[in-house]
Design a protein around this ligand. Structure first.
Ligand SMILES: Nc1ncnc2c1ncn2[C@@H]1O[C@H](COP(=O)(O)OP(=O)(O)OP(=O)(O)O)[C@@H](O)[C@H]1O
Ligand SMILES: [Mg+2]
Length: 260
């Protein structure tokens, strides 16, 4: 469904020479699949995700092919990509407090995609927003709808962000470290929710984390990134049980084991 071919993302260094953050990577994300990307800080995970969502920083140069159901998104203008983004590809980030507008009520933000991409009137949008808030298992959704982001807990904000991402029925949800800022219990709940949305809505998910345990719990398949390259990819079970690459082996060896 999503096919990424030879994706390169580069930033100009101090002398203006392009320095590659993502160095020609290729992978696919199947329909209904949860693909994980794992790797240390600076390995290129976020830049890969942003390129897929058409949200790369302006100064970045992005090359390669990104095919969505066979259609190459790369030649599209930023405006056209923005049309796809939100509708077919939606993204949630690590820190919902910085991605939500503090001055705008939660409901309005959840609906935003519909305001941009559809001609639905206010009532229809509100109905869908309330349903999306229910889909992410928030309680008392009418109240949440009218609240401001700071009036919600961290976990509720992350759920509201996810509601805003899934309201347009995207084919792919990209979640970049969506639980890193949350405590362990809330983190487990959000992972459970993502798994449920994947099963019930058949939505593909690209899930990014530096935490292998989280990847193992949620994902079907995983890519291991290191220095802008994919050093290993495969089914989660296979990568964990029989890693081929030295860097992957180091990562797995560094997982703290629980003692009983
Ligand atoms: N705005 C930017 N300007 C210049 N270079 C950047 C910018 N953003 C990222 N980079 C470069 O791209 C590389 C990859 O960054 P990226 O954010 O994709 O890493 P990451 O794997 O998501 O790391 P983390 O786990 O810390 O989120 C960085 O090491 C940096 O060199
Ligand atoms: Mg990142």
């Amino acid at each position: 469904m999503i096919e990424v071919k030879n994706l390169r993302v580069a930033f100009p260094d101090k002398a203006g020479k392009p320095e590659q953050a993502v160095k020609g990577i290729s992978f696919t994300i199947g329909d209904g699949e949860i693909l994980g990307i794992v790797g240390e800080s600076g390995s290129g995970k976020t830049q890969t995700a942003l390129a897929l969502a058409g949200l790369s920083p302006r100064k970045a140069s992005v090359e390669g092919e990104i095919l969505l159901d066979g259609r190459d998104l790369m030649p599209l203008s930023r405006e056209e990509i923005r049309n796809v983004q939100g509708k077919d590809i939606a993204m949630v980030f690590q820190e919902p407090m910085t991605s939500l507008d503090p001055t705008m009520r939660v409901g309005r933000q959840v609906e935003e995609v519909l305001e941009i991409h559809t001609k639905l009137d206010k009532n229809a949008r509100q109905e869908l927003a309330l349903q999306a808030l229910r889909d992410v298992e928030l309680r008392d959704v009418e109240t949440v709808y009218r609240k401001y982001p700071h009036e919600l807990s961290g976990g509720q904000r992350q759920r509201a962000m996810i509601a805003g991402a899934i309201i347009g029925g995207p084919k792919l949800l990209i979640a970049d470290e969506p639980t890193t800022a949350l405590d362990v219990t809330i983190q487990a709940e959000i992972l459970y929710l993502l798994g449920k949305l994947n099963r019930e809505k058949g939505m593909s998910i690209l899930f990014i984390s530096h935490d292998l345990r989280v990847i193992r719990r949620l994902c079907h398949r995983t890519l291991v990134m290191h220095g802008g390259h994919i050093v290993e990819q495969g089914d989660v079970g296979q990568v964990f049980q029989d890693p081929q690459d030295d860097y992957t082996k180091t990562l797995i060896a560094s997982i703290p084991t629980r003692r009983y």
